[in-house]
Each structure stands twice: as C-alpha cells, then as structure tokens.
Design a protein around this ligand. Sequence first.
Ligand code: PMP
Length: 406
Amino acid sequence: MIFNVDEVRKDFPALFQEVYGHPLAYLDNAATTLKPSAVIQAISGYYSTINSNVHRGVHYLSGEATAAFENARENVRRFINAEHGHEVIFTKGATEAINLVAQSFSATNLGRGDEIVVSGLEHHANLVPWQNACRSAGATLKIIPFDEKGEISAEQAGAFLSGKTKLLALTHVSNSLGTLLPVKEIIQVAHRMGIPVLVDGAQGIVHCEVDVRALDCDFYCFSGHKIYGPMGIGILYGKERWLEAMEPYQTGGEMIKSVSYQHATYNDLPYKFEAGTPNVAGAVGLNAALEYMEGLGKENIHNYEKYLLAYTLKALENLPAIRIYGHPGHGAAVISFLMEGIHPYDAGSVIDRFGIAVRTGHHCAQPVMDRLGIPGTIRASLAFYNTTEEIDRLTAALLKVQEMFA
Ligand code: PMP
C-alpha cells in the first residue's frame, strides 16, 4: 500500500493529545473530521493577511480576498466536476443547502396533491425540511423503506415515484448505517420519469469519488467540516437550469443587482443564493482541505479506508454478543453496532474513558432507529488517519464493557 498512515497522522495536530491519560483514538469522523495543519494555516493566513469583505471593495485586500473566495469556488467545481462555477453555491453546511432547495425549489414547483419522495435512511437534515415544504404546499411526503440489510435498490426506489413526484431527495451514504446507495441507478430511474434528484452528499463526498455530471444529479450538497475542512461552510451544487428558475432563499446584500425603496432585482448565479457577507475564511479553509486530499490522492485514501473497514468488521465480528446493523461490507467506513443487553450510552461512556471517541445514540436519524426497533447504536466512523492499533484498542475496550456489564 502506498499510503503511509504514520506520516499522514503528523498532519493532524489534534491526534497528538491524551484523553484520560490515553492517546486519543478519534473514531467519530462521521460527526466531524479533524483538520490538517494545511487547513488551520489557511484560515489563520486569511485572517492574518488578506482579511477583507469580498466583491465590494476597490482596494487591494478586497481584491485578494475575492480572488481567494472565487478560487475556492473554482476548485470545488473541479473537485465535483460541475460544468460551471456558478452552479456551486457556498452555504453554511449541508443542512442549509437542503433547506435552500426545500424552500426555493418548492416555492415554485410544489403544490397541493404533489409528492416529495425521500429514502427511509435520511439524516434529519434531509427529512425535516421536506416535511415542512410538504406541509406548506399541501403536498405529501413519501418514504422509501430500507431492507433488513439497510439497503435500497433502484427498483424499490422507482416503485415510490409517480407522475405526482416533484423531487426525490436521498442520501449518498447513510450516516447511521454506512449504506452506500446506488444513487446513479436511482437517478436514472427518476430521470426516466422526469423527476429531479437531490443527493445529500454529507457522507458521500468523504468516502466516494463524486462526479456530479457522471451521476447526473440535479442537486448535490455537503459540509466542509466532514471533509477535513472548517465548520460553517458547505456547498450546494445545482444544475444551472434549476438554479436559474428558483427564487432566492434569503435576501439582502450581495444577492441584488439594483434596489429601490419598493423593489429589488436579483443578482446572477451564484450570488443570487449568497445573501450577506459569506464565510470567506471557511471557503479558503475548504479549498485547502480539498487540495490536501488531492495531494494524498483520493484513490489512496479510499483504498486505505476500505482496508481499515474490512479490518474493523473482522475484529468486531469476532467479539461475542455483538450485532452489527446494516450491511457495512457494502458501504462506507461507518459501522453501527450494539452489544447484547448493554445500552449504547453506557458502552460509549466506558469506551470514552479509554480515550476512544465513538458516537452513541440515534445519529440524527431517529426514524431509522425506530424502524430497527432500537434506541440507538454505537457508531465507529473511520478516517484515513485511523490505524489498526486504534481498532485493536476499540475491541479491547468493548471486551472490557462486556466484562463490566456482564
Ligand atoms: N446529512 C448527512 C448524511 C449527515 O451525516 C449530516 C451530518 N451528520 C448532515 C446531513 C448535516 O450536516 P451539517 O450538520 O454539517 O449541516
């Protein structure tokens, strides 16, 4: 393997700390990832030098900040292979991106009797905005159930689409079970019926090669902080024709062409959807994160993560009285499990004392847990800076938990 994890770890200062006297093992990457020094330095560099508001000033710093901001947009475009830079909208995260589409798209496209379809695996961020949009429009929200392995086929998805469906919204990778959905096939099925598709890529962008043109998705969104970038910045990609036809999500400065006391005309894309001062430092930091990933090589990263996932699954499967949810062999490096008779919160609290960060609970996907009939799971989510030694420490801690609660 070309990937030298020990060298890579040196890029992440947060890894070199102790928690309760143990070296930190950070296995909560689906919640947020650690940041490489390149990202921290890019943010600090922005505030230490070219800090300025964008698109407004004639002065030197404003020009530099605008160039850095637009350079970040261009690099995001390239990273996801969008056709135009103006199809890339900066938001504060995946949640805001989905709310933008749920409100703006629905304002003109969703009416009484229409339907929005989402998958049964969605994070609350790709569910609650559609509940609200449907309530406002008098439309119905339909849910595509997942099977016992946590999967949804294109055929199953297609069965929930009809002439009434105005949009299909689904996750690329489930944050609670790690399932990788066959989004490309599902999009093909939806498009045959003329239905646009939004893909929630909050987890997908981290673990998959994303090419929005090859996927042919109509919208794709993600958060910077889950892909080694800063918090408070995210991306909405939308096909030009949809974005052109949509009303702005928020109004104010930056998003206008001209304003009188009674009226305003809106700016062109992408600015129409970027009201107010944007998170320039966030965009600069995200740019550094994407460059960092490309420097390591996305394929190297994904191959290492697959190796680590296989190692983790084998280690967990060898433990007694453990149940793994979903079908993680087919998914991304996110593993949800429970230990017989032990509440996930109790297990998580003990594991924490060994310096190991895992997440316990419903993972902002309460309906998924309800459908599985469980209160929540223990979730270990891996990144390319994790090691097999950390997985061994996790399995040792789990054995300890079983001993304590036996
Ligand atoms: N969708 C998925 C699949 C997620 O995992 C998350 C974050 N856990 C979100 C949406 C929301 O992301 P954010 O909180 O960064 O807006």
